[in-house]
Design a protein. Structure first.
Length: 282
């Protein structure tokens, strides 16, 4: 789900219970902004954040509960954990006390497995682990989520609605898939940014002024990404449509699609990131 959704179809307007957001930094803040856009009343939200932004503090005037004592919150419908993974050990004991019998815990902490979360929470805890990516911060992300066996259909539906605040959502049943997911969509924005860098350097090497090459590369990557987003055609068809036989694009693609070209480099890059994700998860 992207920016600009019609609030008349807001899926969070009728959500019952309190939503607790633990950590309201860049990604947590993006989730909160999306929830408000999707119709969630500020009074339904409690935020645990020692350094709230000015915008979040302002929501307290509209009923949002900022750093309340948890005994004043009641049993949360969902607790969304959006702190940095290195802070996980510090907040898990608090989370264990806050989780109620019907609470779903939704984690967006990178590298923290369902097993890690389950060991720190009550045995009956319903847990969803998810992996968003950087474009989620502007509402154009893609998040992949995996539930543990305690998650009910209703809890999964609530988690799905919460995650759609920052973009599209895909579900998997095998947690091991989150390692290649991390390598592809989690780290993928960096690959796209590198493409823009490389294009700019190549343009400068071909004789363009460096600042013009940088502007052309940036606009080309951004525009092509938006075209891919809007078009019903697959990437291969879009590529073919812009490639005339014997033309300039074909000459470039002959290099990029060679045995040692982009496909091979991207496979090696994604495999390296997948291996590292597994190492970090333990």
């Amino acid at each position: 789900m992207s920016q600009g959704q019609d609030s008349s179809t807001a899926p969070l307007r009728d959500v019952a219970g309190t939503l607790v957001l633990v950590g309201a930094g860049k990604m947590g803040g993006a989730l909160l902004e999306g929830w408000m856009r999707l119709g969630l009343a500020p009074a339904r939200v409690a935020i645990i954040e020692p350094q709230p932004s000015r915008e979040i503090a302002a929501l307290a005037g509209r009923g949002l509960r900022l750093n309340p004592p948890m005994n004043m919150v009641g049993e949360p419908a969902a607790i969304v954990v959006a702190v940095k993974p290195q802070n996980a050990a510090e907040i898990m004991p608090w989370l264990a006390q806050a989780v109620g019998g019907a609470t779903v815990v939704l984690s967006i902490m990178a590298g923290k497995t369902l097993e890690f979360l389950a060991e720190a929470l009550p045995d009956s805890a319903a847990i969803v682990r998810s992996m968003p990516n950087l474009p989620a911060s502007i509402g154009y992300g893609i998040t992949v989520a995996v539930p543990n066996r305690r998650v009910t259909a209703a809890q999964r539906d609530l988690a799905h609605k919460l995650l759609t605040a920052t973009g599209a959502v895909e579900w998997v049943d095998d947690e091991a898939l989150l390692d290649p997911v991390t390598a592809l969509s989690g780290s993928g924005p960096a690959y796209v940014f590198l493409l823009a860098e490389s294009l700019a350097k190549a343009g400068a090497a071909a004789g363009l002024p460096a600042d013009l090459a940088a502007r052309l590369a940036r606009a080309t990557v951004a525009g092509s990404g938006e075209l891919l987003h809007r078009s019903p055609l697959d990437p291969a068809t879009l590529r073919q449509n812009v490639t005339s036989p014997g033309g300039t694009t074909a000459a470039a693609l002959e290099v990029l699609m060679s045995e040692t070209g982009l496909d091979r480099l991207m496979r090696e890059a994604v495999m390296a990131a997948t291996r590292r994700s597994r190492e970090l998860a333990g």
